[in-house]
Design a protein around this ligand. Structure first.
Ligand code: IMP
Length: 186
């Protein structure tokens, strides 16, 4: 079988071409800044970071390496885009939270906020449990795609309305293990 090195300049998937958008170095630098900012903001608050699976696994791991205060973690899993590049408009919970979040300071960790549907859905679930506070950190936000009135408190990068892969983000479940982020070239 021919060897395929995934981390390269251009990724060709069928007829579609993905080109570099954010390299590893840029991502690392920004995540360090976010981690330090969150650490300052949550000093003495023992926040719970809630990662939204699957996409946030890599970001959550790297972010927490730069959080230098005590914290806890948990994960929630929502139904994803499946194999599509466009949101179906429906969300379901596939894995619920284990932590008791009432009276706790919650930080939701997302890989990307596109329409905002997932964040909106999670907020409804969380508010039911009466947390002390809820904030959001997302590595990427596509401001032009937002359809809900939501505020992301900590943003890694704002990007154009393009489909992206890598660093946790998938295309039909693959390419999550790329160390950089690539965008579908128009
Ligand atoms: P939203 O609910 O429309 O904000 O979409 C959020 C979720 O959709 C993310 O957590 C991702 O799993 C997925 N998603 C949105 N945009 C992209 C993309 O460009 N590439 C890969 N996954 C995406």
């Amino acid at each position: 079988m021919e060897k395929e090195n995934l981390n390269r300049d251009i990724i060709q998937i069928g007829n579609e071409k993905f080109v570099p958008m954010l390299n590893e170095e840029k991502i690392k630098t920004r995540i360090k800044e976010l981690g330090e900012q969150i650490s300052n903001d949550y000093m003495n608050k023992l926040p719970i970071f809630i990662g939204v699976l699957n996409g946030s696994f890599m970001f959550m791991s790297d972010l927490l390496k730069h959080v230098n205060i005590h914290c806890e973690i948990d994960f929630i899993k929502l139904s994803s885009y499946g194999d599509a590049k466009i949101s179906s408009g429906n969300v379901r919970t596939l894995k619920e939270l284990n932590a008791d979040i009432s009276e706790r300071h919650i930080i939701i960790v997302e890989d990307i906020v596109d329409t905002g549907l997932s964040i909106n859905y999670i907020t409804e679930i969380l508010n039911y449990h009466k947390p002390a506070s809820v904030k959001y950190v997302s590595l990427l936000v596509k401001p032009a795609s937002l359809k809900f009135d939501i505020k992301i408190d900590y943003i890694g990068f704002e990007i154009p309305n393009q489909f992206v892969i890598g660093y946790g983000l998938d295309y039909a479940q693959k390419y999550r293990n790329l160390t950089s982020i690539y965008a579908l070239s128009e």
